[in-house]
Ligand binder design. Structure first.
Ligand code: HPA
Length: 237
């Protein structure tokens, strides 16, 4: 059984899937560019969330095609890696968070466009524990709980929005709720590693927020995320 990994800003140019085969997989929702690699004798299907050339912005992502592509290739468990802003002063940039729940108050995609089906969303506890265990075995600090608040993007949030979110969630990002919900709809197990790349707007008074700084910060977490993923893969039976 192949393990799926879907990564964004923090995994651009990742070495994890070096020597991978590039593929384009057709799904009823569109074609997905992905990489198939063998790591520690395990097959890994890696989808770069922003596309082959890192040009697809969050509000244009074809989440349904991405998750369906995993299903087409026989993937049953997915680790999503997402870049987030911190809603708590106690969670500084460079932290890694493995969320246990999420909030998404805006409309997100569904595979059930024409049928009445209501899945109960959630993150896979067994896969979450494997990620946390892998980080701990490596001595990499990881926060083992957290609520992820999904916004639509591409804009960042206003100070007033962050002020509202910060009492209910720990990190804010633009992708995870969509992926986790779609994975649940296709009965795929999904867990997430969020790289904290900035304090959300206004969490530190007077600190300016610049997207270029966020991208630069994301790349600093790449090595730790790659090591955690490699360890999870190594320990996958
Ligand atoms: N807000 C939303 N998404 C993000 C942020 C943020 O502050 N940082 C990284 N992704």
């Amino acid at each position: 059984m192949a393990l799926g990994v879907i990564g964004g800003t923090s995994l651009v140019g990742t070495k994890l899937v070096e020597a991978a085969k590039e593929r384009e997989v057709d799904t009823p929702y569109g074609t997905v560019y992905l990489l198939v690699a063998t790591v520690h004798s395990q097959e890994i299907v890696y989808i770069p969330r922003h596309g082959k050339d890192s040009t697809i912005p969050p509000h244009r992502m074809n989440y349904k095609a991405n998750i369906r592509a995993f299903k087409e290739l026989g993937v049953e468990e997915i680790i999503g890696v997402t870049s987030v802003g911190s809603l708590k002063r106690t969670i500084p940039p460079q932290s890694l968070v493995v969320p246990h729940d999420y909030i998404s108050l805006c409309s997100i995609p569904t595979f059930y466009e024409n049928e009445i089906v209501h899945v109960t969303p959630g993150l896979d506890e067994v896969l979450r524990k494997r990620v946390i265990g892998a980080a701990r075995d490596l001595g990499i600090a990881i926060i083992d709980r957290g609520v992820y608040f999904q916004t639509v993007g591409p804009r960042l949030e206003t100070r007033a929005e962050i002020n509202l979110m910060k009492d209910y969630a720990d990190v804010v990002g633009m992708n995870m709720a969509s992926e986790a919900t779609l994975a649940t709809e296709l009965e795929l197990r999904y867990a997430n590693i969020s790289t904290v790349d900035n304090y959300a707007h206004g969490i530190i008074a007077d600190e300016a927020l610049d997207y270029k700084d966020i991208i630069e910060a994301a790349s600093k977490s790449r090595e730790n995320v790659e090591r955690v993923l490699a360890k999870v893969i190594e320990e996958t039976l």
